[in-house]
Write a protein that binds this ligand. Structure first.
Ligand code: ZN
Length: 303
């Protein structure tokens, strides 16, 4: 059985085909027509049809999307590619392909990918987060992606920052709350918070470059950023005590996080020692599409 995975991103749609061992047999991408729902369905199905014709073998299909499916309606919700919202993406694709599919959030796909054969392989429980344009998370136990009745398992980004102090701003979040982790930890959140602290507007990548060059202002900005990540992860460890935490997304390329955050955790974790490894994702930008492929095979094995 082959495993097809699709990663529907804001600018590109990618397909991967894996064999049972996780070897990559095919990878192709196409631009995402992000303002047209029918064109998105057509793009996904065309990629699958081409792969199906090429291999002519039984396959499973998983799709990672920047959002989730409502359990109540089956329709897309919480998607930042807004033309997806309220549409029956699963049904429309299944009808066209005449084949069952599984859809999951892109952070869940990262978690499943890294827990299966990435940085979290071999750990009984893995909490994985994407810190990039957003701040998603996913939770895998014994190789199985956990999904609860609200389809939000692992979504730590819309909890408030814990152990808040006067330096942590409480910006409005698109979800309707104030002071969510996402407003402080995401790439845009980092930039806004650094602007509040220093009066200087720079991207997180520019700040990181200065930090690595030893700039004292950037070092102060990152000290506070590391503290916020540590507080956010400490609350996850206190609640779930994962065997490993895997970091993906743009922030996963900031090596200072792995060097500094683990030493800060014991201040807030309710334990005499903190053994939780903080790991960089192995598959990087490919984690989403690989996780989508594993998702389809996982679902098939349950049936
Ligand atoms: Zn929020």
């Amino acid at each position: 059985m082959l495993q097809f995975g699709i990663d529907l991103g804001g600018t590109k749609t990618e397909i991967i085909v894996l064999n049972d061992k996780g070897d990559e047999l095919l990878r192709e991408r196409a631009p995402t027509p992000s303002t047209s729902y029918p064109a998105i369905v057509d793009t996904i199905c065309s990629l699958v049809e081409q792969a199906r014709d090429r291999f002519s073998q039984p396959y499973t299909l998983g799709i990672g999307i920047p959002g989730a499916l409502s359990y109540q309606t089956g329709l897309v919700k919480n998607a930042n590619t807004v033309c997806l919202i309220g549409n029956d993406l699963k049904g429309d694709i299944e009808r066209r392909l005449n084949h069952p599919i599984v859809i999951a959030n892109d952070a869940d796909c990262l978690a499943l990918s890294e827990a299966t054969d990435g940085a979290g392989a071999g750990y009984p429980t893995v909490f994985a987060v994407i810190i990039g344009t957003g701040c998603g998370g996913g939770w895998v136990v014994n190789g199985q992606l956990i999904s609860g009745p609200n389809a939000i398992a692992g979504e730590w980004g819309h909890n408030p920052l814990p152990w808040r102090d006067d330096g942590d701003s409480e910006a409005e979040c698109y979800c309707g709350q104030k002071g969510c982790l996402e407003t402080l930890l995401s790439g845009t959140g980092f930039r806004r918070q650094a602007l509040v602290e220093t009066g200087i507007d720079r991207t997180s990548v520019e700040w990181n470059r200065l930090y690595e060059a030893g700039d004292p202002v950037a070092i102060r900005v990152f000290e506070r950023y590391h503290s916020r990540i540590a507080r956010a992860l400490a609350s996850v460890i206190n609640l779930m005590d994962p065997h490993a935490i895997v970091l993906g997304g743009g922030a996963s390329n900031m090596t200072s996080i792995y060097q500094n955050v683990p030493a800060l955790l014991p201040q807030w974790v309710f334990s005499d020692t903190v053994e939780t490894p903080l790991l960089r994702s192995v598959h990087g930008d490919s984690s989403g599409v690989r996780g989508a492929a594993w998702l389809g095979s996982q679902q098939a094995s349950k049936q």
